[in-house]
Design a protein around this ligand. Structure first.
Ligand code: ZN
Length: 328
């Protein structure tokens, strides 16, 4: 299983950071979870193509999580030229109505689709792409899902969970995906620490450090934190100084530099006095010694790997709270 973060942004306009959208390659399937503005651009930059996307999961209908959905459907349909199966789409109600209003004959893109299925020029291009007449309209298979539902794929399954966000105005969901290469839990947005998501994520297992970094990012973003995760020490320092996050978690062992050195450098920056810095290391055989060294360098605390998924976000919050409470 391979996870690509297409976008992790917010509705705030940005050319650098696309809105929410994760891409998961699992078995023969290519799954997209949320497809906010510009997530589609990132998909086009990836080695994968819109026509390869098999499943879409939308966490909730805030526009920064679904605005590029129409683009994905239309481009996939146009270039796919009737040779690929219809997209399978899952999300909370009223996603079926949204889909219907977008693509039905009297919908937003209805006249566009009619032109492309009727006009000779469009049909010539369609035939050049290998399409066979008559040309069908786009027909994503939309299923409205609720908490507790399970969606089965080829060799994966998605369990639908609850994400505390902007209820009762929008239904907001989290998705736990279990596949042959591991498990992941995704929630588009959740206000503060969400017990339901932490429970949903319980038991997720990843094999190597990049995946642990992604997991840490997911867990903490779900808990409402800003997170910087990087394996390149020099970049990490630059990112922190530019973005001024709430929490930095740095690995002890990084290419070219000791994590302790990164902590010392960050602590020397006057503008970062409120920053919570946590050191992590896979070698936790002697936690007490690591914690001493981490604190001596200026870190707030040390967390050994592997860590407990159930308590990780809470532990980070406790450490951050202690720093804030300490008035540092
Ligand atoms: Zn939202």
């Amino acid at each position: 299983m391979k996870i690509t973060l297409l976008g992790t942004g917010t509705p705030h306009p940005s050319l650098k950071r696309a809105c929410s959208g994760y891409m998961i390659e699992v078995g023969d399937d290519l799954i997209v979870m949320d497809h906010g503005p510009d997530a589609h651009c990132r998909l086009l930059e990836s080695p994968r193509a819109p026509t390869e996307v098999t499943h879409v999961f939308i966490s909730h209908l805030h526009y920064d999580h679904c605005l590029d959905y129409a683009r994905l459907v239309l481009q996939r349909w146009d270039v796919g030229a009737g040779k690929i199966p219809d997209l399978k789409v899952y999300g909370p109600a009223p996603i079926a109505r949204m889909n219907d209003l977008l693509f039905r004959e009297d919908g937003v893109f209805g006249p566009d689709v009619t032109a492309r299925t009727e006009h000779e020029l469009s049909l010539d291009i369609y035939k050049l792409r290998g399409g066979v007449l008559p040309r069908a309209r786009p027909a994503p298979a939309v299923t409205e899902v609720r908490v507790g539902d399970v969606v089965e794929g080829g060799d994966w399954r998605v369990t639908v969970g609850y994400a505390s966000h902007v209820q009762p105005y929008l239904a907001c969901l989290a998705f736990r995906l279990d596949g042959p290469g591991g498990s992941m839990c995704y929630s588009g947005d959740s206000g503060g620490e969400c017990e339901e998501i932490i429970a949903l994520a319980k038991g997720c297992v990843f094999d190597d450090d990049p995946q642990i970094l992604k997991l840490v990012t997911l867990l903490l973003e779900q808990a409402g934190h800003e997170v910087v995760a990087s394996s390149a020490a020099d970049q990490a320092t630059g990112i922190v100084v530019t973005q001024l996050p709430d929490v930095v978690i740095t690995d002890r062992m990084m290419p070219g530099r000791d994590g302790l050195d990164v902590v010392r450098r960050l602590r020397r920056r006057k503008e970062l006095t409120g920053l919570t810095i946590i050191l992590m290391s896979v070698d936790s055989s002697d936690d007490a010694r690591w914690r001493r060294e981490a604190k001596a360098a200026g870190a707030d605390d040390f967390i050994g790997k592997p860590f407990e998924l159930e308590t990780f976000a809470g532990k980070v919050e406790d450490i951050a709270q202690t720093r804030r409470g300490g008035g540092a």
